[in-house]
Design a protein around this ligand. Structure first.
Ligand code: BT5
Length: 326
């Protein structure tokens, strides 16, 4: 734990009572001057810390930052969140966690950032990541599974996000194959899984999750491919980001455990029940042709099963799926 996080733990342990500079310096084994520097830096980060003569410091208010100590304190998980790193700004949480993975970071490591300067979408696209309002999170896992089954992990994250939106925000969202989450047709979350594998087996997978939580209408960039939305826009109220993240990590942890013990069946059933194109007519644009048919389910390798209007079941591995008017 960093010195800063240790000081915050001491403050939280005091529940609003005073903590003397002497006590902090003894507990952490640092000088009084170093304590003062840490307090100054916490104030600059938005913590309201009162200094009372002869009594010490008192934490009055913490900023609405996503702090690893806050999240870790109440997190009930088995693997996910074994380590939580919270940064103010990164280029991309996926890029940074990949570096940690290469240096041997533990399974379950989570990296979150308040802002991304180069948030990544698929195929080199950009994920808009303004400061202080949304969730930008990457999770490192090391599943014992063959490469072909890696797409199952995208469905695992998307089910967890939709269930968290429902539980924490009372918001009903749908999954869109393969990696979007929509509310009334507008994108509220994007998922970007990246993996490292050798021959047939996975080394590690990064689950990248971006959810628009408290982003206001004027913060949406004007030229997006799809309409976008946020919880604030849909529900008219702000979400506590730390609570959202805690519930999300717990759901991912549970689903990851289920996946490893019982296989894909339960995630597949949940995904199918949250997918608004199940049993509906769609058109699928692929690289060289277009198919129309009815969606009938999901295969274990993540392929969408579509009953073609002319012919049998087609397995769609990549393409753009559009709902047809009925
Ligand atoms: C995605 O790509 O939807 C995957 C986004 C994953 C973002 C997370 S944040 C944490 C982690 N670290 C990263 O660097 N990335 C992951 P794609 O399907 O390619 O969609 C990208 C398209 O969505 C863009 O071209 C825009 O049209 C649109 N878009 C960009 N930012 C958006 C936002 N904040 N909300 C809604 N739509 C957005």
């Amino acid at each position: 734990m960093s010195t800063r996080d240790q000081i915050l733990s001491l403050f939280y342990g005091r529940k609003g009572d005073c903590l003397s500079g002497q006590e902090i310096s003894e507990q952490l084994g640092i000088s009084r001057a170093a304590v003062w520097k840490q307090v100054k830096s916490l104030r600059e980060q938005g913590f309201r810390i009162e200094a009372k003569h002869a009594q010490g410091y008192r934490l009055l208010e913490a900023p609405e930052l996503l702090l690893s100590t806050d999240i870790k304190r109440s997190l009930e998980t088995r693997v996910i969140g074994s380590e939580i790193i919270s940064l103010q700004e990164v280029d991309s949480t996926n890029v940074q966690i990949k570096k940690l993975a290469e240096r041997g970071a533990a399974e379950g490591t989570v990296l979150i950032a308040d802002r991304q300067s180069a948030g990544r979408g698929r195929l080199g696209r950009r994920w808009e990541s303004p400061s202080g309002v949304n969730l930008y999170c990457s999770i490192l896992i090391k599943p014992q599974m063959p490469v072909q089954q890696a797409p199952q992990l995208t469905f695992l994250s998307s089910v967890a996000v939709v269930e968290t939106l429902s539980e924490v925000c009372s918001l009903s969202a749908q999954v869109k194959w393969p990696n979007d989450i929509l509310v009334n047709g507008a994108k509220i979350c994007g998922l970007l899984n990246e993996m490292d594998a050798e021959t047939e087996m996975l080394h590690y997978v990064i689950l990248g999750i971006g959810v628009n939580l408290n982003m206001a209408v004027e913060q949406f960039p004007p030229q997006l491919n799809y309409p976008a939305t946020s919880v604030l826009r849909e529900m008219g109220q702000r979400v506590d980001r730390a609570r959202f993240l805690k519930v999300l990590l717990e759901k991912i942890d549970q689903s990851y455990d289920d996946l490893q013990k019982d296989g894909f069946a339960s995630i597949r059933r949940r995904w199918e029940s949250l997918c608004d194109i199940m049993n509906k007519r769609v058109s699928v644009s692929q690289q060289f042709d277009e198919l129309t048919g009815t969606v009938v389910g999901l295969d274990p390798d993540g392929a969408l099963r579509v009953q073609g209007d002319t012919g049998g079941i087609e397995r769609i591995l990549a393409g753009d799926v559009r709902l047809l008017e009925t």
